[in-house]
Write a protein that binds this ligand. Structure first.
Ligand code: AMP
Length: 217
């Protein structure tokens, strides 16, 4: 199964992607995580991406597309994948379509997580990520038992540099201008399904899995 998750920053893509990919036994490919890993490891790619990420802007398409092509060529992605954070604009979606066609493949479904903007700002400013296992928590909605520590692995939790209110607002503008046209693009392709992404995490996961069920082979 080849799935793309779309939705504004803070819609819960990362969290839902973890549950869905483990449930369907397909790799989760998050371009944001790959960029963050490269920033932390101080690679050439990371140094290049850092300035864009800190501003909440998109990393240039040439760089992102090459990185996604490499990742999708890996062995574990041949039978399916869940893309989280890619594509982020229509040109990236066009490139993905061509890339898959070269491999005689196509997307099975695009799942849109629908959530309104005020909720997004509330969610992002309370978001905390585990340094070790990348599990995402929320200080109000999904708090760990001990402040600042991941329940799953004991790792330290941190707030992403781009989760401050000012950057969050800018990322939403970028989403509205560049990413939201993907909704019409994939609706035209006949592969879009939307689900309500508000409410408890487990309920959203159940809705997501129910929506995806007809596409599971
Ligand atoms: P995310 O974790 O998906 O919110 O991504 C964090 C940041 O990484 C974004 O704000 C962008 O700067 C960059 N990024 C992630 N995915 C992409 C993409 N597909 N195209 C361009 N930039 C991206």
């Amino acid at each position: 199964m080849r799935i793309v998750l779309v939705g504004p920053p803070g819609a819960g893509k990362g969290t839902q992607a973890q549950f869905i990919s483990s449930h369907l036994a397909i790799p989760r490919i998050s371009t944001g995580d790959i960029f963050r890993f490269n920033v932390t490891s101080n690679t050439e790619l990371g140094r290049m991406a850092k300035t864009f990420m800190e501003r909440g802007d998109l990393v240039p398409d040439e760089v992102t597309v090459a990185m996604v092509r490499d990742r999708l060529s890996e062995e574990d992605a041949q039978e399916g994948f869940l893309l989280d954070g890619y594509p982020r604009n229509v040109p990236q979606a066009e490139t993905l379509k061509k890339m898959l066609a070269e491999w005689d493949a196509r997307l099975s479904v695009v799942l849109e997580l629908v959530v309104d903007e005020d909720e997004v700002v509330r969610r992002l400013s309370g978001r905390r990520t585990c340094r070790r296992c990348e599990r995402v928590w929320h200080v109000l909605y999904d708090p760990p038992t001990r402040d600042g520590t991941c329940d799953d692995c004991g790792g330290e939790l941190f707030q992403r540099d781009d989760d401050t209110e000012e950057t969050v607002r800018h990322r939403l503008e970028v989403y509205n201008e560049q990413t939201s046209p993907l909704i019409a693009f994939y609706a035209d392709e006949g592969v879009l399904i939307g689900i309500d992404a508000t409410g408890p995490v487990e309920e959203v996961t159940s809705r997501a899995l129910a929506a995806l069920r007809p596409f599971v082979r």
